[in-house]
Design a protein around this ligand. Sequence first.
Ligand SMILES: Cc1cc2nc3c(=O)[nH]c(=O)nc-3n(C[C@H](O)[C@H](O)[C@H](O)COP(=O)(O)OP(=O)(O)OC[C@H]3O[C@@H](n4cnc5c(N)ncnc54)[C@H](O)[C@@H]3O)c2cc1C
Length: 415
Amino acid sequence: MEREPDVLILGAGVIGLCCAYYLLQSGHSVTLLDQGAPGSGSSHGNCGTITPSHAPPLAKPGMVGQALKWMLDPAAPFYVKPSLDPALLSWLLGFASRCAWPAFERGLRAKAALLKTSRGAIESLCRDERLDCEFAARGHLTVFKSQQALDAFAWWPKALAEVGTVVEALDGQALRQREPALRDDVIGGFDTPGDAQFRPDRFVSELARRVVEMGGGIETGFEIAALKRNGETVRVHGPRGARGGRHVVLALGAWSPLLSRSIGLRIPVQPGKGYSITTEPPARAARVPIVCREKSIAITPWRSTYRIGSTMEFAGYDASLNRRRIEQLVASASEYLVEPIGSTRLEEWYGWRPMSVDDVPIIGAAPGFRRLWLATGHGMLGMSMSAGTGQMIEAMVTRRAPEIDPTPYSPGRFV
Ligand SMILES: Cc1cc2nc3c(=O)[nH]c(=O)nc-3n(C[C@H](O)[C@H](O)[C@H](O)COP(=O)(O)OP(=O)(O)OC[C@H]3O[C@@H](n4cnc5c(N)ncnc54)[C@H](O)[C@@H]3O)c2cc1C
């Protein structure tokens, strides 16, 4: 029988791969299991922005009323499909109960700490390992067309100032100087110079390459069918038999809650479906990533390609590609950009964000286990929080204190 690794990682998305990288670096043997190719889940076609500026949690006072209004509009940027699914209903109730200022403040601080440490770690990782993923530290713009919407967003720079994130307010003219691709009727917004970007698909494929070069194993096409308790951890069962490790890290993204029920673990994560469309860069391409705030869409320019992405749909594990959503992305971008998209469409995509009920990731020992670790629930920011999560899991497995206080991410907070 082949020797089992020190650490078996379930899921080879950006989170599983970052855990593998840091564990290998500190001398552990590691194997990853994935039903598909590495990075073929939510880590593939996302917007690839690395944004400490997105620390404010989605669960915010006023969000429930806004979401109810949006429920009447299937084209809205945030949509909850009416459903009687008990897991979704329980998640929605839990989310609604956290739309209050004290929970918002806690979430803001927790997310900001992990985003900041991760932002630095991603830059070092890309540089030290020479990852060919178009990493660039050019900042990020958040832009508005309506004064009313801009005024209503005054809480945002204040919240970021509380956690020490630099935000610069710009009027329409200053924005266009910074980004000539914006239309004349964009009236103002913010620059967050600490943000960065990379090609997410390249980041994960480069990381997978490094993990293998460092001696890690990646077993693809292994669809885990069940988890079974094995003392302080679990064994996993799938098409080619059982697999185990001294430690097991569950990094299954939006799929995380599906397998954990059988071992009595409740992981409050729901898939938050988002879409993207990728083209060649248009002639008048944006130079920096932009969020068009009223429409909640994001545009990311790279040297090689150009992407518009977003929307947040709670519709369970619905695997259809809604064409209306894709076209809505293009229509929304054309309200802000002189030339919204390139002429050749390269990819239309959807992904399931692993949305935790409080919009804070779930990192740490699973309740009732000492060697089963959860690294999931990164929601809209899994790329941005990836390296920080990998470092935290490595420290926990090695029984060292992580660089940042792990308490706010503890899975025990839901027990
Ligand atoms: C439209 C969109 C835009 C986004 N933009 C950004 C952004 O700009 N910046 C940012 O930071 N984040 C962004 N995100 C969020 C980010 O993509 C996710 O948070 C991140 O990819 C989650 O990584 P993960 O490794 O947890 O999950 P995943 O990448 O989904 O990986 C989970 C893995 O588990 C595997 N798996 C699942 N079930 C099984 C099973 N039974 N057996 C074996 N394997 C299994 C899957 O195949 C998959 O590879 C965006 C998301 C979307 C949808």
